[in-house]
Ligand binder design. Structure first.
Ligand code: ASN
Ligand code: CA
Ligand code: ZN
Ligand code: CA
Length: 293
């Protein structure tokens, strides 16, 4: 239980689906020691991911937890047995341990940031989890999860920032792969990176690639594989995260489409940096590159 972060806490579901789970104890309240039980590791990872999420929301987004009012973030680990998933259920997070082949325990920083951000989206825009709004809901989680990984990498030299999602927990026996790739969403042979392909892939974890790639091009610069259009340079993660968060919290609504999301982010960028700013110009280029106008 983290008294410095609204009593957010991490609990043990004891390999059942029953949440919230039971308290996890330690003989000296110093967590992550080599001598601590290996069963604590997933809990410490989930808890660290929650702490970084809390601090990123506070320091970068200027927001007090998911509801803006300091709501405790509740994490459950060891959910089910060999469970290859992690999710937000409307009030708390659940993390499986994975089967050891497809996934190791699903508590990496980017995944924790992703799941916590489902809570943020639910308490702000309320993007409905199907159709275009569902793809945007998923993209906001990948975007903030990756921004939180970036924030962590600025503070902890052991954290490696990248544009992959879930690289540290996906297929532990395979080097270099990931669950999703924001710099080239099509690399997973499932996601799409351009709105012209939306009719072919409407599932939310695949259509998210459209907005994921727009965010990547905006923040980092790069080329969209499908259109071949290039955004030169990028505005950097901090500005990108602030703009997309402002769009989520102030302009998006439950049925927002990709085209409306583009307008929402442009309005947010205009609020923060001005209508004639390079930020607004680059953001237009990024959305154009992924086929959204
Ligand atoms: N891990 C998935 C996610 O957070 C669970 C789901 O499909 N809702 O999106
Ligand atoms: Ca200890
Ligand atoms: Zn998700
Ligand atoms: Ca990552």
């Amino acid at each position: 239980t983290d008294s410095t972060r609204g009593n957010s806490r991490t609990l043990d579901a004891n390999n059942t689906s029953s949440v919230p789970g039971s308290a996890i104890t330690d003989n000296n309240n110093t967590w992550g020691e080599a001598t601590d039980s290996s069963r604590q590791r997933a809990a410490i990872d989930a808890h660290y991911g929650m702490q970084l999420t809390w601090d990123f929301y506070r320091d970068v987004l200027g927001r007090n937890s998911i509801d803006g009012n300091g709501a405790a973030l509740i994490n459950n680990v060891h959910v089910n047995r060999n469970y290859n998933n992690a999710y937000w259920d409307g009030s708390q997070m659940s993390y499986g341990d994975g089967d050891g082949r497809t996934f190791s325990p699903l508590a990496s920083i980017d995944v924790a940031g992703h799941e916590n951000t489902h809570g943020l989206t639910e308490r702000t825009a309320g993007l409905i989890y199907r159709n275009e709004s569902g793809g945007l809901n998923e993209a906001m989680s990948d975007i903030m999860g990756t921004a939180i990984e970036w924030y962590a990498s600025q503070r902890n030299p052991n954290v490696q920032f990248d544009w992959k999602v879930g690289e540290d927990i996906y297929t532990p026996g395979v080097e270099g792969d990931a669950l999703r790739y924001m710099d080239d969403p099509t690399r997973d042979n499932y996601s799409i990176d351009h709105y012209s392909n939306y009719p072919r892939q409407t599932e939310v974890h695949g259509s998210s690639g459209i907005a994921n790639n727009a965010f990547y091009l905006f923040v980092n610069g790069g080329t969209n594989r499908t259109s071949g259009l290039t955004v030169t340079g990028g505005v950097g993660m901090e500005k990108g995260a602030k703009i997309f968060y402002r769009a989520l919290a102030f302009y998006m609504t439950p049925n927002t489409t990709f085209a409306q999301a583009s307008q929402a982010t442009l309005q947010a960028a205009t609020d923060l940096y001005g209508a004639n700013s390079p930020e607004v110009q680059k953001l237009k280029e990024a959305w154009t590159a992924v086929g959204v106008n």
